[in-house]
Design a protein around this ligand. Sequence first.
Ligand code: CUA
Length: 325
Amino acid sequence: MQSYIPLVPERASSFAWKVDALYFYLSGVTLFFTLLISATLIFFVIRYRRRSPYEIPRPVAGSHKLETIWTIIPFLIAMTMFAWGATVYFEQYKPPENAIEVYVVGKQWMWKLQHATGQREINELHVPVGRKVKLIMTTEDVIHDFFVPAFRTKADVVPGRYQTLWFEPTKPGRYHLFCAEYCGMNHSGMTGSLIVMEPREFDDWLSGNTGNTTPAVAGQQLYQTLGCASCHGASGEGGRGPTLTGIFGTDAQLQGGQSVRIDEGYIRESILNPQAKLVVGFGPIMPTFQGQVSEDQMVQLIAYIKSLHGESQIPARAPSPSPAR
Ligand code: CUA
């Protein structure tokens, strides 16, 4: 499954061409100047060689005009690289709103993945072609790096924080996935596959893999067992902590006048280090849950809080992600 340009992996996502075009541009500029400078060098060596042992060259005076030109032209070229690179970068690292969400936890030495509908996978991820997929990634131990060359997409997963990554597969097939950050003895074995399926096939696959509770439902159970509800009632009861309904993605007012966007990272921090950013109007009474909540459970708690929109019930299985076709 090689592409027709040698040395370049197959292209299977909407980013692939954009990354490749930038890469070809960088290589092209590099090649052009390498040849230009080498040719000029060789030409000057021959043209201005010393012809007799007593030859004294004419003294060279500086030229402001030349110096200005060879400063401004490279500057402009460097700026095109910066602007183009930044555009591609921001597109890749700003996830779209309407993406399918998949939770990813790296650990020595495997990838654990879970769909919002509950299906779990190890070292494999099934996704439908033509849909945007957003990964919410973290790690249980050391830094790993999620890399799918055919998608031209790659990001470090760092302990203690969430990294998001998104892509839109454009071609069904099986693509290589691997860890691109040295993470210990079996780093080279931390590989897997991304399986891109036709949407119908994907729906069959999803429905054939039921029997798992969704992360949101598992999170709800945890929320009960950890006793969160006694302070953070889903609809305001308890009252000793802020209600959690409908807060995800909004801004919270903090003591001291600042505000913070309530995202995965903030929820995580508030569970592990509740005193770090106190919401205005609430005392520092919440205990830490450091050591009591694993990364998998953290993901479930976050999924539960995300699922709270103020409606009374959350579905046991999230709706099948297919209406967009
Ligand atoms: Cu995980 Cu290298």
